[in-house]
Design a binder for this molecule. Structure first.
Ligand SMILES: NC(=O)c1ccc[n+]([C@@H]2O[C@H](COP(=O)([O-])OP(=O)(O)OC[C@H]3O[C@@H](n4cnc5c(N)ncnc54)[C@H](OP(=O)(O)O)[C@@H]3O)[C@@H](O)[C@H]2O)c1
Length: 349
């Protein structure tokens, strides 16, 4: 608990009410409340100053009212009238917890506000601040570990294999493509604009890319890019794309089911028609959740931090300035407005 000490203003992004269909900026509102920057003596809590907030597609799932019980913290519905929650990068301003001290930089679950009181902190300490701190919302944070575990572990890749990634220019996709190139794979991505397709080919080094919004026949687009078929599909969008991919998978192909953003705003999910391909082609399709791999965070950092420092992997971020811009930034994920990892910069250190 926070107590004593001076109260200061705290801008918050409040979740107004449960959402149906596409989320809108008006589903959230920025309000000012107050907070003490001191934790109560004897408590285990920390108070942090939020520097960067991460906009992630799973947050839409938390905007839906649900009576299904879940133990997955990433899927527990938000509470109307309270601030949204999400991954963020922050600085500890006071701590009653033995593992954290004032001045520590951390990343983990925070609330969408300028300062957060965190009662049971389970936060990663940032020990490497020679890289941009915003990277801990992306390449060195939750999307990074998702791409790393999803590609290297779930996809079981081999040099020379043919890899396809949807939503390929985003927080996760741009990394999977670059990891696959480093392994010597042939890599194709799809994205929703010419600018993003150019990024895939010219900045991230993909072998080929296409704008799925301009393809009236996704099956034909995939046959054009993969005349011999796909060994690995990194699934970010679901729906019609998954159906077209299933027709183009090779024998013993692997599909890492990371997300299905095309389905998150639908009342009824679309059906998948070509599942029988999984049988005949002996395809392995496996879901993954980032937080299953959080215990391997140090191993992940050992692998990926050198890529960042040596510029073997580049990372494009789309940074909205100021907490007032957070609702628009989050909503923009669902129309593809973000170019690269969507971050909100709340404060300078
Ligand atoms: N399993 C996990 O633990 C985990 C962790 C992180 C992310 N994910 C999932 O991974 C996927 C990508 O996440 P991210 O953080 O990297 O997001 P992102 O790609 O940075 O942003 C979302 C992008 O999705 C695309 N999109 C939106 N609506 C779409 C639609 N109807 N059809 C096709 N594409 C659409 C847009 O790009 P275009 O302009 O290209 O359409 C948009 O920019 C999401 O499904 C997310 O839920 C899963």
């Amino acid at each position: 608990m926070a107590s004593g000490g001076e109260l200061i203003n705290n801008k918050q992004v409040i979740f107004k009410n449960f959402v149906e269909g596409f989320p809108k900026e008006s589903d959230m509102e920025v309000k000012t409340s107050s907070i003490s920057l001191k934790v109560e003596e004897g408590s285990n809590a920390v108070v942090v100053k939020n520097l960067y907030l991460s906009c992630d597609p799973y947050m839409r799932i938390r905007m839906t009212q649900s009576d299904q019980e879940t133990d997955d913290p990433e899927f527990i519905p938000f509470t109307p009238g309270s601030p949204l929650e999400g991954f963020g990068v922050a600085k500890v301003v006071d701590s009653g917890h033995p593992n954290y001290k004032k001045g520590d930089l951390i990343w983990g679950m925070v609330k969408w506000e300028e300062y957060s009181l965190i009662e049971n902190p389970q936060l990663f300490k940032i020990h490497h601040a020679d890289v941009p701190l915003s990277h801990y919302t992306g390449i060195l944070g939750m999307p990074g570990i998702t791409a790393w575990a999803g590609f290297y572990e779930v996809c079981s890749p081999k040099k020379g294999e043919k890899v396809y990634i949807s939503a390929a220019s985003g927080a996760v996709g741009q990394l999977v493509g670059q990891f696959a190139k480093l392994m010597g794979c042939y890599v194709v991505g799809s994205a929703g604009s010419k600018e993003k397709v150019d990024l895939l080919k010219n900045k991230f080094g993909f072998d080929d890319a296409f704008n799925y919004k301009e393809e009236h026949d996704l099956d034909a687009a995939l046959k054009r890019c993969f005349p011999e078929g796909i060994d690995i599909y990194f699934e970010n969008v679901g729906g019609k794309m998954l159906d077209a991919v299933l027709l183009n998978m090779r024998l013993r192909g692997r599909i890492a089911a990371c997300g299905m953003i095309s389905q998150y705003n639908l009342h009824q999910p679309e059906g998948v028609h070509n599942l029988m391909n999984i049988v005949g082609k002996r395809i392995r399709m496996e879901g993954l959740m980032a937080f299953d791999y959080f215990p391997q965070y140090e191993k992940f950092l050992d692998a990926v931090l050198p890529f960042v420092r040596e510029k073997k992997v580049v990372y494009v971020e789309d940074i909205a300035e100021g907490i007032e811009g957070a609702p628009a930034a989050l909503v923009g994920l669902f129309s593809g407005r973000n170019v690269g990892k969507q971050v909100v910069a709340v404060a300078k250190e």
